[in-house]
Every structure is written in C-alpha cells, then in structure tokens.
Design a protein around this ligand. Structure first.
Ligand SMILES: Nc1ncnc2c1ncn2[C@@H]1O[C@H](COP(=O)(O)OP(=O)(O)OP(=O)(O)O)[C@@H](O)[C@H]1O
Ligand SMILES: [Mg+2]
Ligand SMILES: [Zn+2]
Length: 521
C-alpha cells in the first residue's frame, strides 16, 4: 500500500485506541501495572493489525516521564512518549529482521545492549519480521536471551510465527494479534473520516474493510488513496471503480462457466471486465479469493458433485487456485500479461480433462506399480512388498525417509478417507527429510496455501495418521521448495511428477497419463 500518510497519522497513542486486540492490550497493561515485566515478548499476527504500534505503546508504558515507574497508561505527551511515537527515541530501537538478518548485526546489537539506557529507564528493542533472521543470527540472539541484561526488553514481531524457531519461542511471552473484524475496522474508519472531514458512504467503508481483509493499515491506506483520487462523496460504486474491483456476481458467473468447461464464455466475461477497466491483478486476486471460499465451503460441507458440474471438486479447486497463484506471480514479469491471463483461464476451464492425483495413483496401481501390488497381479519381487493400505506397519526398528517415501501415496489416501480436507492439502507435499521423529514435508511455492493448512489447521490429523501408519510418534515440519530455474511454468506439474515418481519409475506415470489421454495440469 503506497498511501501511508493517514495510517501513520492515526497510529494509536494509547492502549485503549488499539482496535480489536483487547486480549493483548489488557494483558500487557495488567502486567505493567503489577510490575511483571519480561525480557522477551513475541507479537505474532497478520500485517497491519497493530504489532509495531503495541510494541511502541509498551515502550512508552515503560518509559513515560509522567510516572516514576512503568505505567499502564502512558501519557503520550511527554518527550519520552513523543520520541517513541515518532521513532526518534535513543532507547527504543526498531530493527528490521529482514535487513538485519546477518549474524554480525545481532552481535553488534549484543554489544550495544550492555550500555545502560541513556535517559529512559528501559531499553527496548523492537525486532520486526524476526522470522527473517538467519540461523546464526538466531543463535546469537539466543545467547542474549539466555542472560538478558537488566532493564532491557525485546519485542519480536512476526507475520509468520511458524518460521520462528522453537528455541526462541520458548523464551518469549507470546501475544497473538488477530485479523480485525470488518465491523471494528468500519468503526475506526468512520471516526477517522469524521476527524479528517472525508465525505464517505458507510457502504463504501464496509467495502474497504472487506478488501483490507483484517488489516487496519490497509483499510486506512485504501481510504487515503480514494480520498486523494476522488472528488465529492465517496460511494461504494465509485470505490469499486477506482480500485478496479468487480462485483462478486462476476466471479460467481465466471466460476460457473469454469466448472461447465465453457472456455468461450469465460474468455468473453473476462474480456468484458477488463475492457471496462478492471485491473488485471485485482481480477486474478478476486477470482482466487472466490475459488478459495468455494473450496473452504466445500471442505466443510462436502456435497456430491452436482450433475451439471456446477461445483468443482476440492481437488479441482486446489489445482485452479494453484494455477492462479502461479499466474499472479508470472504476470508481474510478463510483457504480455493479458495473453497469459487468457491462456490460464482456458487452462482452468479445461481442468477436468486433466488427470487427478488420485486417478494417477489408481492407474499406477492398476498398471502394477511395484510398491502398490494388487492381489490379481503377479506377485512382486521379494522385499518390495508393501502391506495392504489399511493396515499400519509393524513397529519399525529404524524408520527412514525411503520407507516413508515408498508409502507416501498410501498415507495421503488413508488421510483423505478420514479427513478429506487434510488429505487434499497433504497431497501436494512430499517427504524430503526425516530425522529424530520429525518428518520434513516440502510443498511447491505455488501450493503455499496447502502448506499453511497442513502445518496449522490440519497438523494434528496429519501427525496422527503418520504416527499410526509408521507405528511411532511422528511430527512434521513443512517447507516450501523454490521453483526450479527456467521451469517455473511447469512447476506444479513437475512437483507432482516428482512426488508421483517417488518410489516408482516415472515412466509408469507417463504410461498412466497416456492411458488416460491426460496431461498433468
Ligand atoms: N489494532 C489497530 N488499531 C488501530 N489502528 C491500527 C491497528 N493496527 C494497525 N493500525 C493502523 O495501521 C498502522 C500500522 O500498524 P502497525 O505498524 O502496528 O502494524 P503491524 O501489525 O506492525 O504490521 P506489519 O506486520 O506490517 O509490521 C498504524 O499506524 C495504525 O494507523
Ligand atoms: Mg510492524
Ligand atoms: Zn509520557
């Protein structure tokens, strides 16, 4: 978001002004009131929800000159409070983890923190995007946290909690910031519009809150942007126009055409929207968002596929979303974005012609893949026989990656039977490392959404199935694999191929694909 002026101007100067995070602010105020101040805090949560703001408020609470000890209600007016608010305080330093990711920077930091706070009572280090620190920088940081100097407080902030090592997590007091509810965002925007004398319809503010998706900064930024661009009353219609947003209806119609494989209609609808001035990136984001909500609704309430094909299966939706995410990334570098978009839309409309993962696995089974023998087929070579799908392994003396790889397809199948959503997400990952009871699963960049789902919401189900399968307690770690250079366009397919080829010959995959007359999309 480019427009930051209003957002900066309206950064809360008191705990009470922080919207939507009472579980954080109240706890912090109580801790300060009773003098229970810890050395390390970790603020996690989506962007623009108040992490940096709250970190500064904590610094003010510790250092406000209107009180001789830390106060839950810093004045916001004394020179200490003001300097902190304007990030000019010598004793409150904000460090960007992304640009200070090297170990030297942390060492340097360790060097400076041993000096006593220059005037204020507490030295506060706010390390933003802490998950970006390198491993060695983390280690240097850990040393500091083991013996924190007196009067020093660290506040780490992150939008990606799962990337913060457990060793750091365990030394911090954790506060999770939430996406801000549209209602609360609107209330703040109403107040702000009033103060700034911006003439805006409530409906327009609801639209901005919805588009900001829980980020107060984005919501304020959008209002700022519209206000600078438009004259007269800001209406929802004007906002849609200026922000290049399409009505939800367009996406609904589009996805119906997609699931009926009506490429022509899909292209016509897209052309109409773009010719009327819709922004291409916005168009892709909107469609992705719409398909994502269909996917989530479908996973929560699985319904048999409608006869007219109007509701794509979760697998198809996942693959569609994958294609769109890939498209969004490629578009930025393309000289012919519109062509890219059209090709992708045709690909989406033809999605069902492609072979699904489950079908391929099934086909492999039928072709007599060595790892998945069927009773009717000639017995496999000795030593390669895998137990039937439903029964877990005997206790394994030494479990290794190869053993897990061999049975990966079965794990996915079995999970899919118990928890369809979890299984569908896991299907796009593959095992890449195993050590000390922790299995590393890699997902292609284009399936970052699946990765997120597996490591958060569905972690317990995945770990349970794995543990059951290999008869030992297994935990998981998830990573994203970079797209191989020069192969980015084929990536999801390449990755799936790699996953499929695990433990079986890729010629087998080819044969199945040929048998199905399909392509890996
Ligand atoms: N909870 C909130 N209540 C009121 N205003 C907020 C809130 N969160 C964010 N804002 C507004 O957004 C601006 C940016 O917020 P802040 O810097 O605290 O976000 P953040 O969570 O640190 O984001 P990031 O993860 O991108 O660093 C603030 O100046 C303020 O105007
Ligand atoms: Mg921040
Ligand atoms: Zn003060």
């Amino acid at each position: 978001m480019d427009y930051q002026v209003l957002a900066r101007k309206y950064r809360p100067q008191r705990f009470q002004e922080v919207v939507g995070q009472p579980h954080v602010t109240t706890l912090l105020q109580n801790a300060v009131r009773s003098g229970r101040i810890t050395h390390a805090y970790l603020f996690s949560g989506p962007r623009g929800t108040g992490k940096t703001t709250t970190a500064r408020l904590l610094a003010m609470a510790l250092n406000c000159e209107h009180s001789d000890k830390p106060t839950p209600d810093p004045c916001g007016k004394c020179s200490s409070c003001k300097e902190i608010a304007n990030s000019r305080s010598l004793d409150v330093q904000e460090i960007d983890g992304a640009s200070n990711s090297k170990v030297d920077d942390i060492r340097e930091l360790r060097g400076t923190i041993n000096y006593v706070a220059s005037r204020d009572r507490w030295k506060v280090y706010i390390i933003d995007e802490v998950h970006m620190l390198s491993n060695s920088a983390f280690n240097a940081l850990l040393k500091t946290l083991e013996e924190p100097p007196k009067q020093v407080v660290f506040v780490f902030a992150t939008t990606e909690l799962h990337k913060v090592p457990a060793t750091i997590l365990s030394r911090c007091q954790r506060y999770d910031f939430r996406r801000i509810a549209p209602r609360e965002t609107v209330a703040r925007l109403v107040q702000l519009a009033k103060d700034e004398r911006i003439d805006v319809d409530p409906e327009c503010l609801s639209l901005l809150a919805q588009k900001a998706d829980g980020s107060m900064r984005d919501a304020i930024g959008l209002l700022d942007q519209l206000h600078s661009a438009a004259e007269g009353t800001l209406t929802a219609a004007r906002a849609r126009e200026l922000l290049g947003m399409l009505p939800e209806e367009t996406y609904r119609t589009l996805s119906e055409h997609l699931s009926r494989h009506e490429s022509k209609e899909v292209l016509a609808l897209a052309a109409k929207a773009l010719d009327e001035g819709a922004d291409m990136e916005e168009f892709i984001a909107g469609l992705t968002e719409h398909l994502k909500s269909l996917l989530i609704a479908g996973l929560e309430k699985p319904t048999p596929k409608a006869a007219d094909g109007a509701s794509p299966s979760p697998q198809d939706l996942l693959r569609m979303i994958g294609v769109l995410l890939e498209l969004a990334r490629d578009m930025r570098r393309s000289t012919q974005p519109r062509t890219l978009l059209e090709v992708a839309l045709v690909r989406l409309a033809r999605m069902d012609d492609s072979v699904s993962l489950a079908q391929v696995l099934d086909g492999l089974r039928r072709l007599g893949s060595p790892s998945r023998p069927r009773a009717a087929e000639p017995p496999p070579k000795k030593g390669q026989e895998a137990p039937p799908i439903s029964s877990p392994s005997k206790p394994l003396g030494s479990l290794d990656l190869a053993a897990i790889e061999t049975r990966w397809g079965q794990v996915v199948d079995s999970l899919q039977k118990e928890a369809m959503a979890a299984g569908s997400f896991l299907a796009s990952g593959r095992p890449v490392g195993y050590r000390d009871g922790v299995l590393q699963i890699a997902f292609p960049q284009t399936n970052a959404f699946s990765k997120e789902q597996v490591e958060s919401k569905h972690r317990a189900a995945v770990e349970k199935t794995l543990s059951h399968f290999f008869n030992t307690t297994l935990r998981i770690g998830c990573t994203l694999t970079p797209n191989p250079p020069g192969k980015e366009k084929e990536d999801p397919a390449g990755d799936r191929k790699a996953a499929l080829a695990t433990g079986e010959d890729s010629g087998g995959v080819r044969r199945v694909l040929d048998a199905f007359g399909g392509e890996i999309v």
